[in-house]
Design a protein around this ligand. Structure first.
Ligand code: NAD
Length: 368
């Protein structure tokens, strides 16, 4: 159902907004403008078959409207896939505010944006993303209840990072089972790049299990603290991809699985929290497969965050969120199974499974 339409058949100009929406079957795109506050924003709703679309708001000084539109279309589609495979009753959406978060944010702008979200009557639910902080969420919340991922003191579920880290750890164990026949990580050499909120939680879980953990971060202070607290070994950035390791866990930035790193990496598994790890899905998804590296698709691995946010909407219970996050283990194994059966890269297997759930649920007709 999320088939790519043949855009050439469309009577619309190739670069029109609707033509771009047609490409990946986006449902609705809302352009928001308010001269009084200076707000310029785009809300993209990719798919609502499974439930209301949910995804964070990003504030970024996009160089052009086209750049902002491209980003919000790509990100909202990613949310559809992530929630689908996590087994959530959520669709995919995302919003971008065009502007500099450091200088152009204020209460009026955020509240005006909140009013736009409210006008969608729950079809889009927002959360924090790059450039948006707790204070901004407080302002948005003054104008709409369609927000999630709020801090505990605002009645929300708080920082989801520990649930995300737990999901990454379970996905890594599932990857080990697939690769080596049992899921123990004891004695395995794991490189964790980025020891922020998620990376540190992952390191703690790995050390507890007896893995030999290498850590890397551009923040020297954090490196020192985490190494002291956990006993992990510090690796400098220039040696990163030349280490002799079993597992590479990207937990900092996207795009680190690229031609250069893959030509150097000596590992059997890639499994980490960062979004968009493959620099180019088509090229590097295939390249990991050809190199016999098992790649656990990022949006499956890091779904603990969205799972946590979902349970905030349901009336938050950390136990239920953690219990749901445990399903990431089986989902990861299922992706590997489909990848082997169909002889396709794992990212493609994940996409197909996500699409299948949406297609199946679209056939459900509720009745008495
Ligand atoms: P964070 O900002 O707390 O940590 C990121 C860490 O990476 C920081 O310590 C930073 O210094 C380090 N870093 C940045 N650039 C680096 C580089 N070039 N080399 C090495 N280290 C570098 O972020 P986080 O919340 O831990 O999230 C980590 C990743 O996981 C991000 O890509 C995020 O989008 C993704 N993610 C996080 C969650 C969540 O629940 N927090 C959920 C889903 C996905």
């Amino acid at each position: 159902m999320i088939e790519i339409q043949d855009i050439k058949k469309s009577p619309l100009a190739e670069n029109s907004v609707i033509a771009q929406m047609t490409l990946h079957n986006h449902e609705q795109v809302v352009f928001c403008n308010d001269n009084a506050t200076g707000l310029k924003a785009i809300i993209a709703i990719h798919n609502t078959i499974l439930g209301p679309s949910l995804g964070g708001t990003r504030m970024w000084p996009y160089k052009s409207e086209v750049e902002a539109l491209t980003d919000v279309l790509r990100l909202s589609r990613g949310m559809t896939y992530k929630s689908s495979l996590a087994g959530l009753n959520l669709g995919g959406g995302k919003a971008v505010i065009i502007g500099d978060a450091a200088t152009q944010k204020n209460e009026a702008l955020m509240r005006r944006f909140g009013k736009f979200i409210n006008s969608l009557a729950g079809k889009y639910i927002t959360a924090e993303d790059v450039g948006i902080n707790t204070k901004d969420m407080e302002y948005i919340k003054m104008e709409t209840n369609f927000v999630s991922g709020l801090p505990v003191n605002m009645g929300g579920s708080g920082d989801p990072s520990s649930v995300t880290a737990y999901g990454v750890y379970l996905s890594m164990k599932a990857s080990a089972k697939e690769k080596w026949g049992n899921d123990s990580l004891s004695g395995k050499k794991v490189l964790v790049q980025g020891i922020g909120h998620v990376g540190e939680g992952l390191v703690i879980n790995l050390i507890k299990e007896g893995a030999h953990v290498f850590i890397n971060d551009i923040n020297e202070e954090r490196l020192k603290i985490v190494a002291q607290e956990t006993g992990a070994s510090v690796v400098s950035s220039d040696k990163l991809f030349d280490l002799d390791i079993d597992i590479y866990a990207p937990c900092a930035l996207g795009g680190t699985v690229n031609t250069d790193s893959l030509n150097r990496l000596k590992c059997s598994i890639i499994c980490g929290a960062a979004n968009n790890q493959l620099a180019d899905e088509n090229i590097h998804g295939k390249m990991v497969m050809d190199k016999d590296i098992l790649y656990a698709p990022d949006y499956v691995v890091n779904a603990g965050g969205i799972i946590n946010v979902y349970y905030e909407l349901e009336g938050y219970s950390r136990e239920r969120a953690l219990s749901h996050a445990e399903k990431i283990y089986d989902t990861t194994l299922n992706i590997f199974k489909v990848s082997k059966e169909q002889n396709i890269p794992t990212y493609l297997a994940a996409n197909r499974l996500a699409e299948k759930r949406i297609s199946d649920i679209s056939k459900v007709k509720l009745g008495f």
